[in-house]
Design a protein around this ligand. Structure first.
Ligand code: COA
Length: 180
């Protein structure tokens, strides 16, 4: 079962259905701030719905097609991080993440991504990892840049953000980039 200790304060743990209430509580407390960039949050209106979503993520993990892990900071659920899918033919994946608002500004996501990237390259022997945030999501773009991802280009009007299609930015990191 996926579980990574990042450092003394930080742990990534596959999100399981029995965590539905605590996951829903975090999402619900941060709803307004999250909905801007994570639109599916608006569909999760109860812990039962959160449980159904987590079950679908558990099935995704069982299919070996990615994972969604809780980010636990000092014993509290601070956010989630995910491998959105794994394209096994090309050994490629895509990372997503969000944090509750009060947990921002401490390097939690950058450190969590670093640990997940090591796992993806070393344990899963993947070749390429993408991050593709909306260009206007400067904090999310900053995570990819801080991690040394290369900016490949603009994804024209990829994301529907608050009723409007906006550009995304495609960032990538290759396993071989880390050997340079
Ligand atoms: C995107 C998001 C995860 C970024 O959060 P974040 O806190 O900026 O990212 P990190 O956890 O990596 O922290 C980086 C910040 O901590 C600071 N920091 C402190 N200690 C640090 C450390 N050891 N390592 C790295 N950064 C550190 C950095 O300087 C940076 O602060 P700054 O923005 O003032 O420069 C967060 O804003 C979020 O969840 N937003 C809503 C949902 C969302 O947009 N999700 C992404 C969709 S594409």
């Amino acid at each position: 079962m996926f579980n990574l200790k990042v450092d003394e304060d930080l742990q990534l743990d596959l999100l399981k259905e029995h965590r539905a209430e605590i996951f829903f509580a975090l999402l619900d407390r941060n709803r307004e701030y999250l909905e801007i960039w994570v639109p599916w949050v608006s569909r999760i209106k109860s812990s039962a719905k959160a449980g159904e979503l987590i079950k679908s993520w558990e099935r995704q993990y069982a299919r070996n097609d990615g994972l969604v892990a809780g980010i636990w900071f000092k014993g509290e659920l601070a956010g989630i991080i995910n491998l959105n899918y794994v394209h096994w033919q090309n050994r490629c994946t895509n990372i997503g993440y969000w944090l509750g608002e009060p947990y921002q500004g401490r390097g939690i996501v950058t450190k969590s991504c670093r640990a997940l990237i090591n796992y993806a390259f070393q344990e899963k022997e993947l070749h390429r990892i993408e991050i593709d945030p909306p260009a206007a999501n400067l904090k999310s773009c900053a995570v990819a840049e801080r991690l040394g991802f290369s900016k490949e280009g603009i994804l024209r009007k990829k994301w529907l953000v608050q009723g409007e299609y906006v550009d995304g930015v495609l960032y990538s990191l290759l396993a071989e980039d880390r050997e340079k």
